[in-house]
Ligand binder design. Structure first.
Ligand code: ATP
Ligand code: MG
Length: 180
């Protein structure tokens, strides 16, 4: 499984629709300060269901919508879609290619799409349990995160090992069953 593309439109500094295509290898994104490199990583976090505005370096959820510049009007919504190659079926879904999209409007209205069909945040979360990719996964290592892992509480570190060991989905199911 690998990341094939990221599409952003109206997300943070990306006013125009832009598609980043990746190949099965290493890609570096370079550019001057403030040109939007970190915004690309934020877009991936966001589409994977990040709800904590601080993690997105924003002050509110609507803050991720392009807010305009001197010569460009603000946009009404933010849209991000990522496409993953799933030909090895690491994601528990029948598709060879999986596209997750998220859209939010200034009104606060928002939606998630899985291969073009509207879905719940829960579906997105469940798809990525134990893959290391979900928003709690370790596929996006942000600034200061290594430090936090090393100096974190044992329980927090345990969560990371659970994800790597692939037992998160069983733990979640157990917790849901116990609640019923
Ligand atoms: P550095 O090299 O300093 O880490 P960077 O390339 O990672 O820089 P980012 O942090 O990704 O840069 O981008 C910051 C830019 O994104 C700022 O210019 C900021 O004004 C712009 N930006 C963030 N949110 C929005 C928004 N909602 N609308 C318009 N522009 C935004
Ligand atoms: Mg940066």
């Amino acid at each position: 499984m690998y990341l094939k593309s990221i599409e952003v439109h109206g997300f943070k500094s990306f006013a125009n629709k832009i598609v980043f295509d990746f190949h099965n290898g290493i890609t570096g994104i370079v550019g001057p300060n403030g040109s939007g490199k970190s915004n690309v990583a934020d877009a991936v976090r966001w589409v994977l269901g990040e709800q904590r505005v601080k993690q997105l370096r924003s002050s509110s959820m609507q803050d991720v919508i392009f807010s305009g510049t001197e010569n460009r009007k603000p946009l009404g919504y933010a849209y991000v879609a990522i496409t993953l190659d799933n030909s090895d079926h690491q994601l528990p879904i029948d598709y060879e290619e999986v596209t997750i999209a998220r859209r939010v409007y200034r009104s606060g209205e928002s939606e998630y799409l899985l291969n073009g069909t509207s879905c719940r945040l829960k579906d997105v979360n469940e798809l990525f349990y134990d893959t290391g990719i979900g928003k709690e996964g370790y596929s996006i290592i942000g600034q200061g995160q290594i430090e936090r892992i090393l100096s974190g509480k044992p329980e927090e570190r345990r969560e990371l090992f659970d994800e790597a060991a692939g037992i998160v989905k069983y733990k979640r199911r157990k917790a849901t069953a116990q609640k019923k």
